[in-house]
Structure formats: C-alpha cells, structure tokens
Design a protein around this ligand. Sequence first.
Ligand code: NOJ
Length: 570
Amino acid sequence: MPTTATLATLTDSDRLTDANWWRQASVYQIYPRSFSDSNGDGLGDIKGITAKVPYLKELGIDAVWLSPFYPSALADGGYDVDDYRDVDPKLGTLADFAEMSAALHGAGIKLIADIVPNHSSNRHVWFQEALAAPKGSAARDRYIFRDGLGENGDLPPSDWDSVFGGPAWERITEPDGTPGQWYMHIFAKEQPDLNWSNREIRDDFLKTLRFWSDRGVDGFRVDVAHALTKDLTEPLIAKADLSEANSGTDGFPDGSHPFWDRDEVHEIYAEWRAVFNEYNPPRTAVAEAWVHATRRARYASPEGLGQAFNFDLLQADFDADEYQAIITRNLAEAEATGASSTWVFSNHDVVRHATRYGLPQVSKGKDHAKGQDGKGWLLAGGPEADLDMALGERRARAATLLMLALPGSAYLYQGEELGLQEVAGIPDAERQDPTFFRNKGVEIGRDGCRVPLPWKVEGTSFGFGDGGAHLPQPDWFSSYAVEAQDGTPGSTLELYRTALKLRRELQGAEELTWHKTGNPEVLHFSRPGGWQSVTNFGDTAVDLPAGTVLVASGPLEDGKLPASTTAWLR
Ligand code: NOJ
C-alpha cells in the first residue's frame, strides 16, 4: 500500500505537486449557490468563494469540491448544464473562476470540479438542435429519442420511472407542430440523457476535461458515473422485471441492467484516464456510482476514475457493529483496488447527519438518504416531533471525529463544520428541488440541506450576502453562524479546525488496527505512529485506554469517555 509523507511535513506547494495528494485528503464540498454571495443577488457566487479562501485555509481542508457552477436554469440545482465549458453568468465569469482557482492554490488547496456527463440540460445547444431537427437526424442521435408506443405513439417507449418520480420519458412537439418522439431522462425532464454511443459526445467531454484541467482544476467528481452507457435494444424491459435495480441505489450484481452500471461504461473512463495522465500531477476523479458493493471497485481502479464514493457510513445507524463492518469491508476493498477509501456523512443530496442522528434510529437497510422508509421524515407535521437536535449534534461530532481518523479521503459538506441541522420548515412555494415537485406530498426533497450558510450572528441573511438568501434561513441559524463559533472553545467549528490540523500532522500509512475493548458499544482503533481513536456508541461513560487525549468530540466526564463521544489519543 503506498505511503504518503506526513502531510504536515509538506509545504503548500509540495502538497500541490504530490501525485498522491488525493489519497488521504480532506475534501470540502461547496454548493456554490449557497456558500457566499458577493453581489447581493441572493445567490452564492464564485467571487464569494474567493473571498472565503482564508476561512477554508484556516479550516484546514486539502481540497474543495465545487458542485456545478456552469450556466444553468437551475431545474436541478445546476446539475442541468447548459454549457460545459463556461461559468454561469449568475455566478461569475471565467476570469472570476481563474481568480478563485489561483487563490485556492495559493492557499495550498486543490480544486475538484463536478462534471455531469449523463445528461445535459434541455437548454443546451445540442438539445435545442435535436428539437429543431427531424427524426433520425444526427442532432437527435446525441440524445435518446424513441417513437412512442400505441397506435398514435402517445404512450412512452417503456414504463420506466425517473429517479425524481414520474415517467423517465417526455414527449416532444415536432418542428411542424405535431406530437412527436419521446426522449429519455433518468432525472428531471429538463435533464435529457446523452447518447454515449455517439463518438461526438465522447470527444466533446474529453475536450471539457482538458478545458478545466488547463484552468487549474485538479480533479473531477463524476455525477451518476454509472449511468452513461445504456442497452436500449427493443423491446425495452418492463419496470417489474428490473425490480430493485430500478431504484438506482442497489444495482444489478452482473451489469445486466439496461442503464445502470453496465460494463461498457469503463471504456469511457479508460479514455478519461488517458487525459488525466496527460497532466502532472495527473488529474484525479471520484465516481458517484450507487452500484452493487461488488462492482464499485472497477470505478475506483487506477485504469479508471481512481476513486469511488462509498456511501455506507452515510446510510448507517450510529451503531458500533455497523460502523466496524463497514470500515473493515471498505478498507479491504480499497486495498484490493489500489485506490484509497472514501468516507462521507453529508452532502447536498441527503438530510444533514446532525439531524439524521437526532431522529429515532431506523432499522438497518432503510434509505437514510431520503428519510425513514424513503418517505421523507421531515414533512411538516411528521415525526420531526421526535427530533432530538442535541443528541444529533453530539453523535454527528463523534461520528465525524471517528471518520477523520480513518485511512482514506474524508468528504465534508459545507455547513457540517458548524454542526448545522437540516432546515425542515421551508414553505412549499419556496422549494426548488425537482424531487419535491415530482413527488408532492411523498418526498420533501433536498432543499433543507442547501439553505445558504450563516456567517454572521445577525444582519441580512446572516452574512451570506447583502440581498437575502435564495432559500429561507430559520432564526436558529444565528447560533450556528461562523461568527458565533469562531474562537469559541468547544464549538463544532473549533472541533473541526483542531481535528483537521491534527489529522494532517498524524497521518501516515493507510493502515488501521482494531483493538479489543471488551464492550460491544465501544470501537477503538489505531493508526501507525500511535494515533488512536475511541468512540463510545453506548449510553454510559467508559474508561479510556492509556495515552494522552489529543482532542475529543465532547467534554470528558471525570476522565471517562461519555456516551456518543469520540476521543483521539496518542
Ligand atoms: C447526483 C447529484 O448529486 C444530484 O444532486 C443530482 O440531482 C443528480 N445526480 C442528477 O444530476
């Protein structure tokens, strides 16, 4: 297993040229529209990020992952891309991007861009050309168009559902005004799926990878990396015969699903790898691929994208057994592929972990990302009466401190360093997420974790910008503001800063040794160099092993480790 030099011994510029920088990086996800607004239009922007580079440096992260910042009508928060090689004018310009990239690099921070290859937006010039062109044309062949079923073609080509609810097909009106063909969209209807059998699409994305790599992008987060290649041989398979896999979260173990996780997708990533390796250090990539556990390794292989997200901890209860099994399995998998492991508790698609962990634990295997039983447990009047915010925050801090001691990359989501909770009470009229609109009354959607960050205790939009916030911020945001936590002993922000700094100093080889604790609710492991992490998942305080406590996720009780607390020792 490759060892990296202790990060603390590297200067900012060494860190930027180290080809292994990503293996154990702490990566901070910025959802640009909700991070910091420099011009007071209510939307976060690129200049807003540049202004916060000192904050990011002080936080101690190694890289920023920027969610889509491309021109977009925001039908899906920017994952509906109008132009892959430009910056959304609402967010800034290419010159602003260059300035941000230089500022991040100047602070020793790498830049990872989100790339969205499965679908463009319906406003992309290609899709507009496809609508204007006749059936069977080269322009239509960039997407997935089919005739409808039934006498007049007015039934969709299959009964497949989109991930966001409703059918996965939308009918168009032909240029002569008659009802026409249907196009496939696994997500919203504003996100038509691209046809990756078309060489022009493949070549154009290679151009896009070089475009951003030439502009300071060090790596890519690949959106729905497992959906690009499709087998749409007719007749299309009925939904009932796709069963589980149609949810997109489990996948077929044998690559036989018509659009999720087909083997041919790896031919694309081999071509991408060749582009990444044109650069020094090589550009990196991490796959967002919700696939069967046995099939994740291929996305993470060095011939492919190099790393893949594992969302196992994100879906786990706060439970010692579950954590230990997940960690052991994923480290073994990483060792077998040569990739490093990835860990994540929160991102822009799921209920924040400080809130998830304050709700009644759900039985294993439920969809935590959407909520209990996938129903969205934060619906107004729903079971949020059961929410214990203090417990959630306590467990989230313990979970994060444990995660930051693991070998591999840790992915953090903006606001979690403040212990932010999900915002539940967003009025329907102010919601933006297409999942909400396509599943009214069933799923509440993802807006609650995308509310603009509070920087100041008071003032317009708590310091997010001078012009309000594009999603409403609750009053309680004030006490979570950066200003309230900066320099405050025991605050979540100071915990993250301390832990991230120590992580850099302590990190060595990607190895972990478990130690017996004699208590099934306590996990104890060590890393090379004597760095130890102990987590108490139980309800009563326990003795700590020998060593000096370096940091703890909450105050110790008479020298003991309290319930729902992690400590690092050496
Ligand atoms: C995954 C992204 O994380 C999510 O936010 C988006 O809605 C879908 N992919 C579609 O692009």
